[in-house]
Design a protein around this ligand. Structure first.
Ligand code: NAP
Length: 307
């Protein structure tokens, strides 16, 4: 059986697309993917989503979106899509050995946290190294941790970690944060947070012990190296789009983000749309992802009415 629309991914873009498409009676099929709810699942308070003056927890916001999408008839499949075939219509989407067909597709696979890329980071992942303070912060009660990065994520994660850790040190490779003013101010005013400027983490120590015991830092100005004892390392250095599956099938920019037409979510393949962080390296907000999810559903609806 061929469906009208398959939505791949379940962050704010995917759920918003599902709500709009379901209300247009397209009976969309949505694949939740490996991280249902996307990046908001690893966030605590979302304070800038309109309509929640007191803030809302990321997981709660996503659960509410899911309930809303279901209410209007979205069919949800809790699987990861393994491969896609967009060479002919109906398009094909394969998950767990089963192939699903649809006349239009919305890709909303989002982006994932970047890693430092160190061999020791791989070996100590889950043993003191993490990319998610909200998931793992609890394990660092009374300990000393570092957060690597200078963007909003690094500010947010540091603040969150002060609930557990006795001391949080932000290690940033430059002498200025790129985070928004309000978040920088909060961090700089927090007595439990210190900052080491102009420094890079070049190694994580403790592989022999099976747990993080420290880091080796390099001063980016003087080139000097030193060791710093630490219990935990949180990388908050940005994200990469989840587009591996679409390589060679859809146009991407040099960083791997899907390219869509100006003022549109349409890709170069008619009927295939992309919404949210997978196509947005600029704004990357929950609300902008939701906005492009809405656009994608409206564009898919128009496309389906014309074919
Ligand atoms: P980001 O803004 O891209 O910042 C990444 C940070 O990590 C930068 O400071 C960067 O340094 C540093 N970095 C990158 N690669 C590195 C490496 N290999 N080693 C050391 N440092 C490295 O990413 P983000 O903080 O995840 O934020 C992404 C988007 O989400 C932004 O638009 C942000 O506004 C949004 N966001 C919003 C909120 C909120 O409003 N509540 C919370 C989190 C995120 P440089 O500065 O030197 O490039």
């Amino acid at each position: 059986m061929s469906h009208n629309l398959i939505i791949i991914g379940s962050g704010p873009a995917g759920w918003t697309a599902a709500i709009y498409a379901a209300r247009a009676e397209l009976k969309p099929l949505l694949f939740e993917g490996s991280e249902p709810g996307g990046q908001l699942i690893t966030t605590t308070d979302v304070e800038n989503f309109p309509g929640f003056p007191e803030g809302v927890l990321g997981p709660e916001l996503m659960e509410k979106c899911k309930t809303q999408a279901k209410r209007f008839g979205t069919e949800i499949i809790s699987e990861v899509v393994d491969s896609v075939d967009f060479s002919t219509r109906p398009f094909k989407v394969t998950a767990k050995g089963e192939t699903y067909e649809a006349n239009s597709i919305i890709i909303s696979t989002g982006a994932s946290a970047r890693r430092l890329g160190l061999e020791s980071e791989k070996k100590l992942y889950g043993k003191g190294v993490s990319a998610c303070a909200t998931c793992d912060g609890f394990f660092f009660k009374g300990k000393n941790v570092i957060v690597v990065g200078g963007g909003d994520s690094a500010m947010e994660e540091s603040g969150f970690l002060t609930k557990f850790a006795s001391k949080v040190t932000i290690v940033h490779r430059r002498d200025a944060f790129r985070a928004s003013k309000i978040m920088q101010e909060r961090v700089l005013a927090n007595p439990k947070i210190d900052v080491i400027w102009n420094s890079d983490v070049i190694d994580i120590l403790g592989v022999e012990d099976g747990k993080v015991t420290g880091v080796r830092l390099k001063d980016m100005v003087t080139g000097e190296e030193r060791e710093m004892p630490i219990d935990g390392v949180f990388a908050a250095i940005g994200h990469d789009p989840n587009t591996k599956m679409f390589q060679g099938k859809l146009e991407m920019d040099e960083r791997g983000y899907l390219v869509t037409n100006p003022d549109s979510t349409a890709t170069k393949i008619p009927g295939v749309f992309a919404a949210g962080d997978v196509q947005d390296s600029k704004y990357r907000q929950a609300i902008t992802a939701a906005g492009t999810g809405c656009m994608a559903a409206l564009e898919a609806e128009r496309f389906l009415s014309e074919v």
